[in-house]
Design a binder for this molecule. Structure first.
Ligand code: NAP
Length: 294
């Protein structure tokens, strides 16, 4: 049997764990020994872990040896994920929480501290997609997007910050969006909320460096999750699998990168920065807003 390791290196039969150990699981990594667990015993909180990108990220962090605190509103989905992680030799706590509710993130932090006494990584990933053209826009739609995508993420950050500052170490991972770089017509509330988060991420990155706290902002393009299941995308903006994004994101976390733009086609925004008219034209002709699915 020939498989490819996540590094892209070809693995031979000899490298593969016995069939009862899932390939690339925590147990497989322990079995092989040479595949070090790069986040061994670190504690990571992931918000929005019940679905899509957050779920994939939690699995990938667990594969690297991190102990997980999974937060979202759908407890049954979190519990199923925690069982899946445990089945692969990892450890995870499922914590029902709403990032818009006062106190829920503090409770998740306290549960993590009670269980493991530290918090190394926060992935502020919970998010919603609020779309509205400016001519139909109601202020409530802006508030709804801001409440989850901006204030929800910042509630999570503020809940872990005292612990990370006390430890003089930590890593904040903020889920932004390529919509910040290439704003799509009709996405106003979503763009506004993610732009606020992206801006603050850059301030925090500089302010918290001295405290030993790193900040990574992630800018995904279109990712194949329930969030955009209602959209069919053009080839120029095809949906990428959440597992691939998660793999790149975890590599960025381990390397302490300040920013991940994935897929890299998002860097086309540089063109838009230099020549806005060309950018607007490209968004229009490539139909980057997609079409209703089905
Ligand atoms: N998919 C994309 O194309 C794409 C592109 C760029 C950025 N992103 C960002 O990536 C993140 C994850 O999105 P996704 O694509 O994985 O979408 P998804 O599959 O719909 O997952 C969204 C997650 O956020 C959680 N969530 C929503 N509101 C919440 C709240 N008030 N409190 C706690 N958790 C809440 C949901 O859990 P519950 O419903 O169980 O609470 C769910 O786990 C979002 O921030 C999104 O903006 C996605």
């Amino acid at each position: 049997m020939v498989q490819f390791l996540s590094s892209g290196v070809k693995a031979t039969e000899r490298d593969c764990p016995p069939p009862d150990i899932p390939y690339n699981s925590v147990d497989a990594r322990r079995w092989k020994g040479t595949l070090a667990l790069r986040l061994a015993d670190q504690v990571a909180i992931v918000t929005g872990a019940s679905s899509g990108i957050g779920r994939a990220l939690a699995l990938e962090l667990a594969r690297e040896g991190a102990r997980l605190v999974l937060v979202a509103r759908r407890l049954a989905d979190l519990q199923a994920l925690a069982r899946e992680i445990a089945g692969q030799g990892g450890t995870a706590l499922a914590v029902q929480g709403d990032v818009t509710a006062a106190g829920d993130m503090e409770r998740a932090v306290q549960l993590a501290l009670d269980a493991w006494g530290r918090i190394d990584i926060l992935v502020a990933n919970a998010g919603i997609y609020v779309q509205a053209g400016v001519t139909q826009l109601a202020l409530e739609q802006l508030q709804e997007a801001m409440e989850v995508n901006f204030y929800g993420a910042m509630r999570s950050v503020l809940a872990v910050l005292p612990t990370m500052r006390g430890q003089h170490r930590g890593h904040l991972v903020l889920m932004c969006s390529q919509d910040v770089m290439i704003p799509i017509p009709g996405d106003g509330p979503y763009v506004a909320s993610k732009s606020a988060l992206s801006g603050l991420a850059q301030t925090m990155r500089q302010e918290l460096r001295e405290e030993g706290i790193r900040v990574t902002a992630i800018y995904p393009g279109r990712i194949d999750t329930p969030l955009i299941a209602h959209l069919r995308m053009p080839a120029a903006s095809r949906k990428a699998p959440p597992e691939l994004l998660a793999r790149h994101a975890v590599r960025s976390i381990i390397a302490g990168r300040r920013r991940l733009v994935y897929p890299a086609s998002g860097y086309l925004y540089l063109l838009r920065e230099l020549w806005p008219a060309l950018g607007d034209w490209l968004i229009k002709v490539l139909h980057l807003q997609g079409w209703p699915a089905g």
